[in-house]
Design a protein around this ligand. Sequence first.
Ligand SMILES: CC(C)(COP(=O)(O)OP(=O)(O)OC[C@H]1O[C@@H](n2cnc3c(N)ncnc32)[C@H](O)[C@@H]1OP(=O)(O)O)[C@@H](O)C(=O)NCCC(=O)NCCS
Length: 155
Amino acid sequence: MTLNVNYRKAKQDDWKGILELYNSLSDDDLYLRFFTFHKLTEEEAKKIADTREHYTVIAEINGKIIGEASIYFDGEFAVVVHPDYRKLGIGTELVKRLIEFAKKTGIKKVKFYTLPENYPMIKIGKKLGFKIIEREDEVYAYLDLNNENVILEKT
Ligand SMILES: CC(C)(COP(=O)(O)OP(=O)(O)OC[C@H]1O[C@@H](n2cnc3c(N)ncnc32)[C@H](O)[C@@H]1OP(=O)(O)O)[C@@H](O)C(=O)NCCC(=O)NCCS
C-alpha cells in the first residue's frame, strides 16, 4: 500500500499536531532529538510552528502530523518521524526538503549533530552526501552547499 504523505511548510496552528507527534516519541527518541530527556511543552511546540526564526517542514497523512524537520539560519537542523511511520523514507524526504530550502535561501552549509548509535540519522546523512565526522560521544555531519557536486540522492 502506498502512503499518501503530504509535505508542507509548518503554520502557526500546527502546534497541537506537533505536540502530539512529540508525545508519541519514546524517551530514547526524545534523547536523540534533544540530547537530554526532555518532554516538549506547549510553548515549545508553538515555537516550532512559528517559522520566523527557522524553517520547518512537516509531513502529514490524512491531516495528522507524522514528521517534522526544522532548520535554523546557521544551517543546523533536526528531524523527527512518528514511530509508526519510520523506515518509509519520510525522514530522508524531510531532510531533502530542508536542503532545497537552504539552497534557495543561500545557507552555505547544512549540519546536524547526533549520537553515534543513531544509525537511521547517520544513514540519512550518508545517503544525501553529508560528511560524517565521528567524535568520541557525538557525530557531527555537514553538507557544504558551495560545492557544486552536492548529491541530493545517492542510492
Ligand atoms: C532519525 C529518524 C528521523 C529517521 O526517520 P525515518 O523516516 O525512519 O527515516 P528513513 O525512512 O528515511 O530511513 C533512513 C534510513 O535508515 C534506515 N532505518 C530507519 N530506521 C531504522 C531502524 N530502526 N533500523 C535499521 N534501519 C533503519 C532506513 O531503512 C533508511 O535506509 P535506506 O534508505 O537504506 O532504506 C527517526 O528514526 C526519528 O525520528 N528518530 C528519533 C529522533 C531523532 O533521532 N532525530 C534526529 C535528530 S538530528
